[in-house]
Design a protein around this ligand. Structure first.
Ligand code: DGL
Length: 288
């Protein structure tokens, strides 16, 4: 049994890296659906169907838990899969399995509150508003998940989302750092204009953006810290596994990197982030 990590493309490797650091003994299968990436501009039903197909593959390859290392899939597909698909699959396969997303841990990190906590609405005047900027795909921004879930918990926090329609594709196709920096500067300037000042904190709400977090860092003012999604997810998964020891995630430190797209070496941009060679293999066809 192993831990499956899924993203439309290479962005989920930022979460994968944090998970491997936290759980070095676990066996990991990283699977990305590059044949269908990016997901961020797709209709919701397509994101649900593609995410379900990807999870099916990972369970077929022996994963017991799948982490959706993708904000778009977590925002749009996760709840549907947990409610309508997983209960039947558990009965069919007769073993514990689950799909977990990455937005809950990020919101816990952003609010400093456990997920179960919801604020009492007392209508008190908020003295100081803490503004969080979220950079994400159009799909995640349209879901308004960060706005809605943070507002339920913290009325002294306002969320402004900045959809970045082309950025995941640019990272996926290995655009130059100069092109990426220009794109990011445009989005940071647009967000600052809309808020009327710099955000107090920022979330890179698309896992692809973490690959070039240094370019966001450069574009954002120094007083705007980034909330680190990968480590929030790793902390949360470690705690989840402590609470659910029935999930088997392997002990051999095995690592597989699979793609539905063209197999081969990752782009230079990605290998620079990864710190060494990285190759994607095709998904075994027997797994479906
Ligand atoms: N990395 C993904 C996310 O976190 C998806 C990007 C995309 O496929 O558009 O949203």
């Amino acid at each position: 049994m192993s831990l499956g990590v899924f993203d439309s493309g290479v962005g989920g490797l930022s979460v994968h890296r944090a998970l491997v650091e936290r759980l070095p003994q676990a066996d990991f299968i990283y699977y990305c659906d590059q044949a269908n990436a990016p997901y961020g501009g797709r209709p919701g039903e397509e994101v649900v169907d593609l995410t379900r197909a990807a999870c099916e593959r990972l369970f077929g390859l022996g994963a017991s838990l799948v982490v959706l290392a993708c904000n778009t899939a977590s925002a749009i597909a996760l709840r549907r899969l947990q409610q309508t698909w997983l209960p039947g699959l558990r009965r069919e396969l007769g073993r514990p399995l689950n799909v977990l997303g990455i937005i809950v841990p990020t919101i816990e990190a952003a609010t400093g509150l456990p997920w179960e906590h919801e604020a009492e609405r007392r209508g008190e005047k908020v003295e100081k508003l803490d503004v969080i900027g979220v950079f994400s795909t159009p799909g995640t921004a349209a879901s308004r998940v960060y706005e809605i879930e943070i507002d339920k918990r913290r009325q002294d926090v306002a969320v402004f989302s900045e959809p970045c329609p082309d950025l995941a594709r640019m990272i996926e196709t290995g655009a130059s750092r100069a092109e990426l920096a220009a794109e990011i500067e445009g989005h940071v300037a647009a967000l600052v204009r809309r808020i009327g000042r710099a955000p107090d904190r920022a979330i890179l709400g698309c896992t692809h953006y973490e690959i070039i977090a240094d370019l966001f860092r450069q574009a954002l003012p120094p007083q705007t810290p980034l909330i680190h999604q990968p480590s929030a997810v790793a902390d949360s998964l470690a705690a989840y596994l402590d609470r659910h020891p029935d999930y088997r995630i392997g002990t051999g430190a095995g690592r597989m990197f699979l793609t539905s797209g063209a197999a081969g070496d990752a782009s230079a941009l990605l290998q620079a982030y990864w710190g060494g060679p990285l190759r994607f293999e095709p998904v075994p066809t027997a797994a479906g």
